[in-house]
Design a protein around this ligand. Structure first.
Ligand code: AP5
Ligand code: MG
Ligand code: ZN
Length: 215
């Protein structure tokens, strides 16, 4: 099963992608997480990506596409994967499609988690993230069992550098300008499914499971 998660920053892509990955035993591939681990590790890629991410802009396609295609050609992705944060531009979607076609493969579903902008700012303000396994929490809506520590791996939770209020609005603008056109793109491909992302994480996951069981 090859799945794409679409939706604005803070819509809950990561929250749900982790659950889907566990449920279907496929890797969760988050371009945001890959960039953040490169930044933490001080790699060349991380150095190039850092400024864009901190400002809430997209990392250029030249850096992003190759990195993602590399990742999904690893052996653990043979049985499928859930892509979280990729594609984010039409050229990214086209490159992915071309690369898959060469191997006689295709994406099965593009899941769009719909959350109005008015909800997003509050979600970002209270988000805490695990720098090790990528799990996300919310001080109010999804607190960890032990304050400040990841339920899944015990690491200390952090506030992401791009979750500052002034950056969040910029990320939403970038989303509407550059990523939103992908909704029509995948609708035309016939694989788009839309989910109400304003419900609780459990309710959103149930809705996703129902859609995935039809594939
Ligand atoms: P990325 O890491 O992908 O960030 P994003 O798209 O901005 O999305 P977020 O991770 O902020 O939100 P999410 O939808 O995963 O929500 P979450 O589940 O955490 O990308 C970061 C940056 O990297 C980009 O800005 C860009 O610079 C670069 N980048 C990455 N991919 C790229 C690409 N392909 N091309 C170019 N550049 C790229 O949930 C948010 C909060 O809400 C959490 O606190 C969570 O607990 C809470 N929450 C979740 N669901 C619910 C719910 N149902 N009810 C209440 N609260 C909820
Ligand atoms: Mg995320
Ligand atoms: Zn963790």
């Amino acid at each position: 099963m090859k799945i794409i998660m679409l939706g604005a920053p803070g819509a809950g892509k990561g929250t749900q992608a982790i659950r889907i990955a566990e449920r279907y035993r496929i890797p969760h591939v988050s371009t945001g997480d890959i960039f953040r681990s490169n930044i933490k590790g001080g790699t060349e890629l991380g150095k190039k990506a850092k400024d864009y991410i901190d400002k809430g802009q997209l990392v250029p396609d030249e850096l992003t596409i190759g990195m993602l295609l590399d990742r999904i050609s690893q052996p653990d992705c043979e049985g499928g994967y859930v892509l979280d944060g990729f594609p984010r531009t039409i050229p990214q979607a086209e490159s992915l499609k071309e690369a898959l076609e060469k191997r006689g493969e295709r994406i099965d579903l593009a899941l769009d988690i719909e959350v109005p902008d008015s909800h997003i700012v509050r979600r970002m303000g209270g988000r805490r993230a695990c720098p090790k396994c990528g799990a996300t929490y919310h001080l109010e809506f999804a607190p960890p069992e032990k304050e400040g520590l990841c339920d899944r791996c015990g690491s200390e939770l952090i506030t992401r550098s791009d979750d500052k209020a002034e950056t969040v609005q910029g990320r939403l603008d970038v989303y509407h300008r550059q990523t939103y056109p992908l909704i029509s793109y995948y609708r035309e491909e016939g694989i788009l499914r839309e989910i109400d992302g304003t419900k609780t994480p459990d309710e959103v996951f149930s809705a996703l499971e129902a859609l995935l069981s039809e594939v």
